[in-house]
Design a protein around this ligand. Structure first.
Ligand code: HEM
Length: 231
């Protein structure tokens, strides 16, 4: 420690002279045995134990009822060693099958076949050029995907008229979208998406994939807002 401090100090004091010299020079300083040095000597340098508080020799400790510091062997005894002889191979509490196959047997939960989904939900193979990135590109291309010039109010009777592949509107969460351009990009297939053409598709959409952000996916296809039928 003292050697490190000396080395640092000598480096600092030598700094101005060094800045002018061509190459940096390391100066080796022998450690001095300062009697007033407060740093701990070698034998304790790797000792990370915190100091006793209050200090064992303090007046506070002498005058008070603070108990003396216990050594390791005076502290609470360690818990008893678990008996290896009492351990049995296999999973405790499981059936006879796994206990016979040893410690590395699979837990019973992973040996059961997976639960079958209530309804088959297959992703369709999208045609080349109709992946999510292609849709993102088309969306931001500036092409009018709405089919209208400004956002409109759409009552259910109007929505109903737009139920053809080339002119398909649907409402999701109160917003009406023209889904015609999106049809070939839909990972669930055109057929599934056409089920909501001409009507409010919120329920089916949420039942199928509530995690999909329709708002973002179809923002450039927005036609307007679903309203009540005018009286
Ligand atoms: C109109 C707005 C819709 C949008 C923007 C949309 C978007 C998406 C997206 C992004 C996926 C991929 C999901 C994933 O990878 O996790 C997907 C999958 C799917 N969608 Fe849609 N979808 C819509 C409507 C519908 C509707 C009305 C149905 C009708 C049932 C449907 C059925 C499916 C199916 C079956 C899948 C594939 C299986 C799955 O990913 O779990 N989608 N859709």
């Amino acid at each position: 420690m003292a050697a490190l401090r000396n080395w640092l100090w000598s480096g600092l004091s030598a700094a101005p002279a060094q800045s002018e010299s061509d190459a940096p020079r390391l100066e080796v300083v022998e450690p001095q045995d300062d009697s007033d040095d407060e740093t701990v000597k070698d034998e304790h340098s790797d000792d990370d134990r915190p100091p006793a508080f209050p200090s064992p020799a303090s007046a506070q400790r002498a005058s008070s009822s603070i108990p003396t510091i216990l050594t390791d062997c005076e502290l609470m005894p360690p818990p008893p060693q678990p008996s290896l002889a009492a351990r049995k191979p296999g999973i405790s509490g499981s059936g006879t099958k796994s206990s016979s196959s040893g410690l590395l047997a699979l837990p019973p939960s992973t040996t059961k076949p997976p639960l079958k989904p209530s309804r088959k939900r297959d992703k369709v193979a999208l045609a080349p050029g109709y992946g999510p990135l292609d849709w993102a590109k088309l969306k931001s291309s500036g092409q009018n995907l709405r089919g209208v010039d400004a956002l409109v109010r759409v009552p259910p009777s109007e929505l109903k008229k737009h139920n053809k592949r080339e002119d398909a509107w649907t409402a999701i969460n109160g917003k009406v979208y023209n889904i015609s351009h999106y049809l070939p990009f839909h990972p669930g297939g055109e057929k599934e998406l056409m089920r909501v053409a001409g009507r409010d598709g919120t329920k089916l959409f949420m039942l199928t994939h509530a995690w999909v952000n329709a708002d973002f996916m179809l923002d450039s296809c927005m036609v307007g807002f679903l309203t009540a039928e005018p009286s």
